[in-house]
Ligand binder design. Structure first.
Ligand code: SAH
Length: 225
């Protein structure tokens, strides 16, 4: 008989993630990222009715037609951004708060994360999830609102990343303005590429990784008609 048993623990999930090779062209994920993901239990960020699949390396539904990203994607994005203690980071698309927790831990001590969520219910869900004593120590501000043009009030940032995909009319400029020299801006298209932009004294250096799918960015600068 061929009865499939889904992974049963967060450690099992992270060992599945760790075995992936060439995910978005990465030979492997940063070890430090994987260690942090062992500490951030994905079950702490899943709605009750999604518990059955919580340790699968797949997106999970979090309500309002949104998803908690695939753990391999969270690991890849954190690896690409080279998140280190002390950095100031802006995340657009808090969702469940899962990727926020991974980022906040990676930039501790000394770092600061600002994370924006446009859907009130999800903002409240993330606030509740991150209120657990395990995550309370993070320097993390969760804000409700449209982050498609960033958050100029608290700029500049060392890293800016989107967890929702942009459309073809998306304007990078407001985000690049909020980035430090030496900083990285990482954002996906809804269907297509994940773009990695580095701001150097000589200009913007750009690379792209193909073949990603994300939920649609909303708001003023979503880039959709
Ligand atoms: N990082 C999240 C993934 C959430 S999916 C997690 O780990 O759970 C992307 C999220 O982006 C959704 O919650 C969606 O509501 C949010 N979003 C979409 N457009 C937005 C915008 N303009 N500003 C802020 N959040 C936005």
């Amino acid at each position: 008989m061929n009865s499939y048993i889904p992974p049963q623990s967060n450690d099992e999930l992270i060992s599945i993630v760790a075995r992936r090779r060439n995910y978005l062209g990465l030979p492997e994920f940063d070890e430090r990222v994987l260690d942090v993901m062992k500490q951030v239990d994905r079950a702490d960020f899943a709605p009750r009715d999604a518990m059955e699949n919580v340790y699968e390396d797949e997106p999970i539904k979090i309500g309002n037609n949104q998803t908690c990203s695939q753990p391999s994607m969270v690991a890849a994005m954190a690896t690409f951004m080279d998140l280190r203690p002390g950095l100031r980071v802006l995340e657009i698309g808090t969702g469940s708060g899962y990727s926020a927790a991974v980022t906040a831990e990676l930039i501790s001590p000394g770092g600061h994360l600002f994370s924006m969520e446009i859907v009130t219910e999800l903002h409240e869900f993330a606030v509740k999830n991150l209120q657990s004593p395990k995550y309370l120590q993070y320097h993390c501000d969760l804000l409700e609102g449209d982050g498609s043009e960033g958050l100029p009030e608290h700029a500049p940032y060392d890293r800016i990343y989107f967890t929702a995909g942009v459309g073809k009319y998306f304007d990078e400029q407001p985000l690049l303005k909020q980035l430090e020299i030496g900083g990285i801006f990482l954002y996906p298209e809804a269907f297509g590429s994940l773009f990695l932009l580095k701001k150097t004294p000589g200009g913007i250096k750009r690379s792209d990784m193909r073949g990603v799918g994300f939920v649609y960015l909303r708001g003023k600068n979503s880039g959709f008609d």
